[in-house]
Design a protein around this ligand. Structure first.
Ligand code: NAD
Length: 328
């Protein structure tokens, strides 16, 4: 079978591809576990074949998710699964409404229509976000059954995507699932346009010996989880039997609540003798305003009942980030 990962050059998409190469198999539209023979990483930017791992052909395809013909050309087999991760992220979406709508809504529709055009029920896993929550009626603790009330354009596009996945699945056009992700840490490389970018930066920059300005007060709380658990969670969501998910195809993937102070404390604990860059607190009103729209706590009952993975906390994530990206 073939696997298409949109946003395949991104933080989560690329790690997901690596995990699928190790795993080698997925449940195909036939309902049977089948070997993966092709993985396509679709993203803006570079194209070309990047690896021939045993029996899996891995290709980077460059293009724009909002171009329907391009996306439909990627979904060229019936025996396919799609992980739809391509997205404008939260801060970027707030700064450019038209871009967010074009990439996140038109792009999602292109993926959905491409999957619908094939025979058989392709599994489509879309990355959503807890940014679907917000607004004056948001409770202290959000969860699978809490009403969506997004207060960013990004969150609105994710909420619409979730509803569309429910309906395309109900109509029997494909077998869709949405993963509502908390903030995923620790992103390697450079900061991105997400309002939550600092949640990775507060670990990454000091570990690389770079001073870091924390753009929120240390009491700020958020839901986080490590990237290994999220990659495993996306695969678990793909593999979960649709009858166990039911008609509401959007699930909160497990995370936990931490404050910015918890992050600083954990970093100092795990870093041991490493020389860290200095952290100073310099609130940025744009970031602080977006953080105020985030839920303070969350419950992950459905994901827990369905056996989704979660890591043990910040210390574990910092330790494996050092192993994967920082070294000695
Ligand atoms: N990382 C997080 O904390 C987090 C939290 C909640 C939800 N999510 C969601 O998970 C998914 C993956 O997140 P990530 O952290 O890997 O983000 P990322 O920014 O690293 O990856 C997204 C990818 O989408 C690509 N993309 C953007 N516009 C495109 C276009 N027009 N055509 C094709 N590709 C395009 C980008 O180039 C990027 O590589 C996204 O849908 C994101 O909204 C992430």
């Amino acid at each position: 079978m073939k696997v298409l990962i949109t946003g395949g050059a991104g933080f989560i998409g690329f790690r997901l591809a690596q995990k699928l190469v190790e795993r080698k198999v997925l449940t195909a539209p036939s309902g049977q576990i089948e070997p993966i023979d092709e993985i396509v990483l679709f993203d803006v930017g570079q194209a070309g074949e990047i690896d021939q791992s045993d029996s899996i052909k891995i290709t980077r395809v460059a293009g724009d998710i909002s171009d329907r013909a391009t996306v439909s050309g990627l979904v060229d087999r019936d025996d396919m699964s799609i992980f739809h991760l391509a997205s404008v992220v939260s801060g970027g979406g707030e700064k450019d409404f038209d871009l967010a709508v074009r990439v996140n809504l038109d792009g999602a529709m292109n993926v959905f229509e491409a999957a619908r055009s094939r025979s058989g029920l392709q599994r489509v896993v879309m990355a959503s976000s807890i940014a679907v929550f917000g607004g004056p009626h948001m409770p202290e603790v959000v969860g699978d059954t809490v009403k969506q009330g997004p207060q960013t354009t990004y969150g609105v596009t994710k909420a619409i995507g979730e509803l569309l996945v429910n309906d395309y699945t109900r109509k029997g056009f494909f077998d869709g699932r949405c993963a509502r992700l908390p903030t995923v840490i620790i992103r390697p490389g450079k900061p991105n346009a997400a309002a939550s970018s600092f949640v990775s930066g507060v670990f990454r920059e000091p570990l690389n010996g770079v001073d870091f300005k924390l753009p929120v007060p240390v009491e700020t709380v958020m839901q986080v989880v490590g990237y290994r658990a999220i990659v495993d969670g996306l695969i678990h969501l793909h593999e979960t039997d649709g009858s166990q998910i039911g008609v509401d195809r959007a699930l909160m993937l497990r995370g936990y609540t931490v404050s910015a102070q918890d992050m600083i404390d954990a970093l100092q604990r795990v870093a041991g003798d490493r020389k860290l860059g200095k952290i100073t607190v310099e609130p940025d009103p744009f970031i602080v305003a977006i953080c105020k729209t985030w839920p303070r706590d969350a419950s992950y009952k459905r994901a827990e009942a369905l056996g989704f993975p979660c890591d043990s906390g910040l210390d574990e994530v910092i330790a494996y980030f050092i192993e994967d990206y920082v070294g000695d």
